[in-house]
Design a protein around this ligand. Sequence first.
Ligand code: 16G
Length: 260
Amino acid sequence: MSDAAEQIFATLKQSSQSGAPLYLQLRKSIEDAVNRGLIGPGDALPSERDIASKADISRVTVRKAVQDLVKGGILVQRHGSGTFVAPRMERVEQSLSLLTSFTEDMARRGMAVRSTWLDRGLYAPSPDEMMVLGLSSNELVARVARLRIANDTPLAIERASLSASVLPDPDGIGSSLYAALQLIGNRPVRAVQRISAANLGESDARLLEVPSGSAGLHIERISYLASGKVIEFTRSIYRGDAYDFVAELRLTGPGDEGRS
Ligand code: 16G
């Protein structure tokens, strides 16, 4: 077995005390191994059978974890040849420099902002919400889903999830989530954002007033407090024809000229 595979199982053993479902633990171990560069783009994952026998878990559990990672774009499956870490070029991952809210962004451009509520309330958390927000199954998640509209043009559908301990009353947030978080001293100071291309499904397209199948941007933002605690997990769909994300790029230091 390769060093990388050994590392996956070492992390899995450490996390086996966490009480999270086994497939989530395995998924996280593989994801950690990718994020830490222990297995890189194009590397093959050990076979389903090898993982199952080494980690002493069922192949069904392995398949569920692997399928989740394939859906998330971390792994790719090639028929007949196995499962690999996804090549980096398949997705654009761009950190943007300012952590601002939709309300602030639009106000800066002089646009009038309003939102239509699609959902808000306290719910039992999904596995993704549990993992990202660090919730256990007996805690609640606050969900705030809105259609964001600027100058009467619907621009985005945003579905934010926060721990109910941070936002016990999602009905009371008013027009800006970040303003509400600021009031209680929980405005995020850092975020990691993943942007990927998406074709809009029928119901999203209807809300955004574009033809079904139009180009869109799927954006996932995970925001943190200064303490390092995750405060917000937001998944959004932005209209591709109405939004540009711009990032300023700089050389990291002298001597980097000409390097790509
Ligand atoms: C932005 C954020 C979203 C955040 C929202 C708060 C992106 C892709 N998303 O739209 O994560 O929840 O601002 O806006 O930038 P608000 O304070 O106006 O409710």
